[in-house]
Design a protein around this ligand. Sequence first.
Ligand code: FAD
Length: 338
Amino acid sequence: MSSTRGVMIFAEQTGGVVHPVANELLGKGREIADTLGVELSAVLCGHCMEQEAQELIYRGADNVYLFDNEALASFDIMNYRANIVALVEETKPDIFLLGATPIGRSLGPRLAAALNTGLTADCTSLEVDDEGHLVQIRPAFSGNILAHIKTETRPQMATVRYKIMQSLPRDVERQGHIVRPSLTIGEPLARLSKVPTDVEKQIGVSEAEVIVCGGRGLKKPEDLVMLKELADALGGVVGCSKPLVDSGWMDKEHLVGFSGNTVRPRVYFAVGVSGSSQHLIGMRTSERIIAINSDPTADIFQVADYSIVGDLYEIVPRLTAALRESRERDRTAGSVCS
Ligand code: FAD
């Protein structure tokens, strides 16, 4: 087993709320740290986040390094990088993990470059081999193979996709230390003056509990309205396969799969989606998959819990109407009782 100084994860936050990927990293990090017999630490940059630091302990961290300063309240790449690099150089973790989120994807390569080490992006699995090396597993060659990558340099760094790893249950008995390292604050290159309120409220496909995903079975962009109506009836959001992004029908943030988001909603509707390996990689762990496709041999049916063979243009409006009707019935029944 290699001599190791611990596992560290980056707990990102926005608006004082820690991203749930941090809990998933702690879940996986705890497993790796226990296998190696080392400590698990989290690094949190923000302002007035003592309570959130404590929560990271409840979720598995032995130590939380809390960089607390007003200038760190929102993501400031230069100040985040400078302080985390100094911390890593001092504490020398053997493994450093970040979420493969926009913030993690932006910070990770900069940390790796400053620390003169490698970074494996977008891992979907992590293991420890017999020598104690981190095996970083991620899809490669269009998602057709899983590459197993080891890094010679230290720390071994990886970004990990959201909604892949399991979080630990919150345990308020868990003990740990909150450490406040000395920090340096430089002039920020840019300052965030305001977050538009509609962006604040938006739920992305990664967080959604219900996703209605449209594929190339749709004939024109206006038909997305039909999917939006179904998503609204279910309290969900609309996602899409890659051809819809390539055609400019939807933004990449709605994309599900290898090149976009990994999702794990309670219910995933695949509407006119064939089920390519690159698409399946991003959604196959959804709790319930309902596929609507006119081709009974479509690969999506291999992973579907409920298969509806037929024309989406007939089925989707009927589903939406049935859901609305049933909601209206519930509402009327509720008003009679009250
Ligand atoms: P198609 O494969 O064309 O399937 C359309 C389906 O609609 C068919 O099964 C058809 O039977 C059905 N259909 C047609 N009309 C109707 C109707 N009226 N009613 C019901 N069903 C109907 N793809 C992704 O999705 N996400 C990714 O992240 C991604 N990354 C990629 C990365 C690389 C490097 C590469 C090479 C490819 C990637 N792709 C990705 C593309 C992927 O290979 C497929 O081309 C894509 O997923 C196909 O999208 P689709 O299922 O919507 O379209």
